[in-house]
Write a protein that binds this ligand. Structure first.
Ligand code: AMP
Length: 294
């Protein structure tokens, strides 16, 4: 496994792999502090691609003022050791200057889809995400890139960007990976103390109750959202940012679930830590089961 810090080196490796060796490249973009959610993406990349590149970059442009850019957990040594175990070929861990050289002033924005849900709560967040993903795609030139359903809106937006800008990369989205308790794995879970970690299980419990209600025939958005809210509101350490039911592809707000998959998503503060989670309703039971247990 090689750790690459320079964009030029990464670009020349990618060029050689594609042109001379005709090998398929899989990219797993991350911000590090790796957990099983990331490892599942890497596992799938390993199965699908000849060469696996994992990028680790805490991207400042996707953090808003007052968010946790400074505090975000960083441990390249531990992450690299883990990645070596998973037979990753290249870790791309660039410095800030390698990604945003002095004077860099170009951003990629997917309009419409970026403005609701996470985008409404975190203005500018998705502009930062699509900009870094576009830069990484241009450097690594992956045939496949792997993203988690944990960040459902992000996956939808990246797919739209790939279509609109004609990137030659196929986006693979994999289900949310959860702890035994149901809590969705997240690097931000490291901020939680024991009591908060226990409280945070209310997110998946609430979504799970909503799934049961849906399976019992409740298709109304207002009632499903209210059910989730009422469960979370009973947890004293939790403060809801939003709970929303949207079309899983267009992200349009829904009044009720009809014949298309619907995304029931939420963002909740546990203390100062902002956590997100979601479940997709309206697919086959098997696909749903991959999306949430709890
Ligand atoms: P991050 O390092 O948080 O930017 O995440 C990197 C990638 O891992 C993103 O595509 C996330 O959606 C994905 N990811 C993070 N946590 C999970 C999880 N619990 N289950 C599935 N994918 C995840």
């Amino acid at each position: 496994m090689e750790i690459v810090n320079r964009r030029k080196r990464m670009m020349s490796i990618a060029r050689k792999l594609r042109r001379e060796e005709n090998r398929t490249i899989g990219l797993v973009p991350t911000m590090g502090a790796l957990h099983e959610g990331h490892l599942n993406l890497i596992h799938e990349a390993r199965a699908m691609c000849d060469v696996v590149v994992v990028s680790i970059f805490v991207n400042p442009t996707q953090f808003g003022p007052g968010e946790d850019f400074g505090a975000y957990p960083r441990d390249l040594t531990a992450d690299s050791a883990l990645l070596a175990e998973y037979n990753v070929d290249y870790v791309f861990a660039p410095t800030m200057e390698e990604i945003y050289p002095q004077g860099s002033s170009t951003f990629v924005t997917v309009e419409g889809l970026s403005e609701q849900l996470e985008g409404a709560s975190r203005p500018g967040h998705f502009r930062g995400v699509t900009t870094i993903v576009a830069i990484l795609f241009n450097i690594v030139r992956p045939h496949f890139a792997f993203f988690g359903q944990k960040d459902a809106q992000q996956s939808v937006i990246v797919k739209q960007m790939v279509r609109d800008l004609a990137f030659n990369t196929e986006i693979v989205v994999l289900p949310v990976v959860r702890e035994e308790s149901g809590l969705a794995m997240s690097s931000r879970n490291e901020y939680l103390n024991d009591e908060q970690r226990q409280a945070a299980t209310v997110l998946s419990r609430a979504l799970s109750k909503a799934r049961t209600a849906y399976e019992d025939g409740e298709y109304g958005a207002a009632r499903l959202v209210e059910l989730v809210r009422s469960i979370i509101e009973k947890e004293p350490l939790a403060r809801i940012d939003y709970v929303s039911l949207n079309d899983a592809e267009s992200l349009e707000t829904l009044d009720k679930i009809e014949d298309r998959p619907a995304l029931l998503s939420l963002a909740v503060f546990i203390g100062k830590t902002r956590l997100i989670d979601n479940v997709v309703l309206g697919k086959t039971k098997k696909q749903d089961a991959a999306g949430a247990k709890a």
